[in-house]
Design a protein around this ligand. Structure first.
Ligand code: PXP
Length: 254
């Protein structure tokens, strides 16, 4: 059986975090993106946060100009970000919630509560030919609203599941996993393309690769940590192999 493709988007935000710690030019997130692509990444993801704590405007512009694979621009749904994304013209925009005080994107976007504000935003991006993805929890109401909003893609927030796995909270991990399985199936049946990301490591990426609905994983923090020890190219190849093993389990299960 032909396996559904599973793309790996490598998030380079934390190369910029390290660079910004000394306010200089190195390490360069664009160089990291080029190394990741050379090693097999299918795309590059970067989050331009309102406070510019890692990726900056010029990084986004350079990524768009210098990489040969699709650029996935993560951003909050603000007028300023809409302007920058329309000027940058990335392949994709992933709309995420953002709070200044958070360490990372802690939850999914509340597309149910924000649907009035999001509808024209998504329409502008759709009209510009930019593939819109909504970063949401695997919650049926959020998924159904994403489909009604005509976003072609959702990205399921895997953070709660990954945290529970890493912390050894088996019951919570099982219930979060069941939520992801059901959410991915519901989203697919609603005509959405399904991506996933946040907190993934080799083991959780391998496991989620066994879900046939998932078409793309976006992974950053864990990979950048691994890269310190074994290099970024090796990390990308190891992640790719883990995802391929997960996909193979799908083949042998059918
Ligand atoms: N996907 C989205 C929408 C995100 O906001 C992030 C974090 O920036 C990721 C994926 C990657 O998460 P992590 O860095 O934990 O792998």
């Amino acid at each position: 059986m032909a396996l559904p493709p599973l793309r790996l988007g490598v998030n380079v935000d934390h190369i910029a975090t390290l660079r910004n710690a000394r306010a200089g030019r190195n390490p360069d997130p664009v160089r990291a993106a080029l190394v990741a692509i050379e090693a097999g990444a299918d795309g590059i993801t970067a989050h331009l946060r309102e406070d510019r704590r890692h990726i900056r405007d010029e990084d986004m512009a350079r990524l768009k100009a210098e990489i040969s694979k699709p650029l996935n621009f993560e951003m909050a749904a603000t007028p300023d970000m809409l302007r920058i994304s329309l000027a940058t013209k990335p392949h994709a925009v992933c709309l995420v919630p953002e709070r200044r005080e958070e360490l990372t994107t802690e939850g999914g976007l509340d597309v149910v509560g924000l649907h009035n504000a999001l509808a024209p935003f998504i329409a502008r991006l759709n009209d510009a030919g930019i593939r819109v993805s909504l970063f949401i929890a695997a919650d049926p109401a959020q998924i159904e609203m994403a489909a009604r909003l005509r976003a072609p893609v959702i990205e399921i927030h895997t953070g709660a599941w990954c945290d529970a796995v890493v912390d050894g909270h088996t019951k919570k991990a099982d219930s979060e996993w069941q939520r992801i399985v059901a959410g991915a199936a519901l989203a697919r049946s609603a005509g959405l393309e399904v991506h996933a990301g946040h907190g993934l490591d080799y083991a959780t990426a391998e496991k989620i690769a066994s879900l046939p609905e998932i078409m793309e994983l976006n992974i950053g923090y864990y990979m950048m940590g691994e890269a310190l020890f074994v290099g970024l190219g090796e990390t990308v190849r190891t992640m790719r192999a883990a995802m391929d093993r997960g996909r193979q389990k799908l083949a042998s299960a059918t």
